[in-house]
Design a protein around this ligand. Structure first.
Ligand code: DAH
Length: 347
């Protein structure tokens, strides 16, 4: 029969060999050498029932002691092995996240959007409101309310893109300028009015260096009780100098628009050659910038304003054109070209 001393010796041996068990399976096997179904400790426990009283007490104590010691040590060994295995994996499977990542491609505003914002900001700084109107417009707002006679050539199908809607084939169109928003705005607002309208406009133009069927304009309108042509000149000179530089000079040439009387064309002296003549200004020293004028009384009547009480000025400037002039972009159609080599050159 196994003695208590044998069990303790066995226990010491197992304990001594445990550090050499380097896998969970090896630990299990070693533990089973003492505590398995046919192993000495189990056999001793089984023999207790028939053992003499004197032996049972001491042997029973040894069985409990050895069982506890080995099973606790085996469990600790298994935990230690699992922890070591985890450490090894953490060492092997680490990912270096400390390097700067590859920066995602970041977009930026299109040159036309940049100029759009800049021009709007110039007028917002003067206290102007930003308004908007529909791009699909009625002939009434695009032409009639703006004092444009039914026979005006700009109404021709060769110039205007009409939309098939309703009975009148020329009743609905893609707006050819931002001017209709003047009429819409005045119909819904009492004077004083100081507003600008940036927006897309459409014309039936074949694409070439200076024409695209869609482009961008900024409309401006100021209506108050004593607006004069002097206000128009001062405001637009301020705009030209803010956009092209404080040394710029401007000149106003007589022109004609149905919705303004008198009408003018604003020219700015060439920022590239200081007016001496170069390719930018086509050797003239001057660059044509925009159309403007004093709001025609007929427009006021159309929107329900009394031309005897109010006066105002209006202007319309091509946003793409401003961008082309200032950045030396040779062709309007480049703005509608998705080639990133073109777009990346700006800012
Ligand atoms: N609507 C004109 C165009 O598209 C530009 C324009 C000229 C607008 C004079 C105005 C203006 O408000 O007063 O060519």
């Amino acid at each position: 029969m196994i003695s208590a001393a044998d069990l303790r010796t066995l226990s010491d041996t197992i304990m001594a060999r445990l550090p050499g068990a380097t896998t969970a399976a090896a630990v299990d096997a070693l533990e089973a050498e003492a505590l398995g179904p046919d192993a000495p400790v189990t056999a001793a426990r089984r023999s207790l029932r028939d053992a003499p009283d004197a032996v049972r007490r001491e042997l029973g104590q040894a069985v409990n002691e050895v069982t506890g010691r080995i099973s606790v040590a085996a469990r600790e060994r298994r935990l230690a092995l699992a922890a070591a295995e985890r450490d090894t994996r953490l060492d092997e499977e680490w990912l270096d996240m400390s390097l700067p990542g590859r920066a995602p491609a970041r977009g930026k505003a299109h040159l036309v959007s940049t100029v759009w914002d800049e021009v709007v900001d110039i007028f917002v700084a003067l206290g102007y409101t930003v308004a908007a109107g529909p791009e699909v417009e009625t002939a009434y707002y695009n032409f009639d309310a703006l004092n444009t006679p039914p026979t005006h050539p700009s109404r021709l199908e060769s110039d205007t893109l009409y939309v098939a809607h309703g009975d009148d084939p020329e009743g609905v169109l893609l707006r050819t300028h931002t001017s209709p928003v003047q009429a819409r705005y005045m119909e819904t607002h009492r004077p004083p009015v100081y507003m600008v309208v940036p927006g897309r406009v459409y014309r039936r133009d074949a694409i070439d260096a200076t024409h695209t069927p869609v482009f961008h304009q900024l409309e401006g309108l100021a209506v108050d009780d004593a607006i004069t042509f002097g206000d128009l000149k001062g405001t637009l000179e301020h705009f030209a100098r803010t956009f092209f530089g404080s040394r710029r000079r401007v000149r106003f040439l007589p022109h004609f628009f149905p919705f303004t009387e008198p009408s003018a064309e604003l020219h700015v002296d060439c920022f590239a050659c200081e007016g001496s003549g170069c390719r930018v200004c086509r050797e003239s020293g001057w660059i044509e910038l925009l159309g403007c004028g004093m709001v025609d009384p007929n427009v006021f009547v159309a929107v329900g304003y009394d031309p005897a009480v109010v006066s105002g000025f209006a202007f319309g400037v091509g946003i793409d054109r401003l961008a082309m002039i200032r950045y030396g972009v040779p062709e309007l159609r480049m703005f509608f070209d998705p080639d990133l080599r073109i777009l990346r050159q700006f800012r």
